[in-house]
Write a new protein. Sequence first.
Length: 440
Amino acid sequence: MTPPSSKRAALEAFWMPFTANRQFKSAPRMLARAEGMHYWTPEGRQVLDGCAGLWCVNAGHGRREITEAVATQIATMDYAPPFQMGHPLAFELANALIEIAPKGIDHVFFTNSGSEAVDTALKIAIAWHRVRGDAARTRLIGRERGYHGVGFGGISVGGMVNNRKYFGALLPGVDHIRHTHDPARNLYSRGLPAHGAEFADDLERLVALHDASTIAAVIVEPIAGSTGVLLPPRGYLERLRAICTKHGILLIFDEVITGFGRTGSAFAAQEFGVVPDMMTCAKGLTNGAIPMGSVLVRREIYDAFMTGPEQAVELFHGYTYSAHPVACAAGLATQRIYREGLFDHARAMAPYWENAVHSLKGRRHVVDLRCYGLVAGIELEPRAGLAGARGYEALVAAFEKGLLMRTTGDTIALSPPLIIERADIDRIFETLAAVIDSLT
Ligand SMILES: Cc1ncc(COP(=O)(O)O)c(C=O)c1O
């Protein structure tokens, strides 16, 4: 192998995901080490993690219990085929997940990412109607401004224009209900926004258009993260549940970011008191240490497939790395940590977090603040004709000042590890205030 001729050339081969490659490669932001609430750059500069990596390191970085479980498992059995074979950790992890899932949700299908979990859930929904003799129910309904990963299923039901417009016609038979963002009525809400439960009725519009007999499922994020932290208006999810139940439509919650304590409950389904028919998860499932996703399903869904001859495969779906033993080991170690009261800690920190978020009200450029549990969206006014520029500059300035955060357009999204303490919250918001003040 010929070594690259310069530092810049050494960065060329890796086509970075969701990244402005040329901009990054001319001014890279590198991370080299992580522990607890922090990253360190290769030069040894400490960076406070304001977004749990990418909404996934809920128990903080470098957890010894996870590292050891992974090392032991890889040395004991590096891989096991998941088709027609099993290994104990897969069953153990499935049991651990249903223990914290809402009542009635008691089967688990393993994937390797959130995107795969979403595509799996959509396929299960369509197949479920078919195995019950309702094969005309194939239509999938997503929501504007939704993010459900990057598989063809996920971008089809998703509602983020740049994730869709380059990729052709997408899945046929997909429609979208309207999003729930209503700044005119809900600016600077505390807790869930008061207005907008009636946006759920938009599903009735699609039922009137397509007829319920053609609709398999509706998928929504309980809190939409990637489009700028959009909270469900009070009563909205309940209403969506009621409309789905009335029309025999499956309700899927995409809990890839809301799962595993982000709201203070194990899942947003419990936090908001609305139980869907399926839930997708990933990220915090293994604390981000090893890729893994899953779909949690209601018993009736699983049971409907368990008919026919016993020797027949019931669902023609799965991945080489479904329930990978090393991922299962990471998942089990992670779930044990969560049981030590981490979600309660997140809930206990949430009021302090909320006050810190709202302390930014009135600062230049800040046009809205949205938060719940340990999530926050800080919306900045876009620069005229240059949407996203101010957000990107905020990200760069924050990193230079020692804070890692996400931006989506001009909205700063924060989702720190749940081990966060008040002093960390103070530092995040002191830094952020300085960053915002420095923006032009
Ligand atoms: C709600 C939601 N669904 C799905 C995904 C996709 O997960 P992954 O990137 O693991 O494929 C994400 C990722 O951010 C997400 O936020």
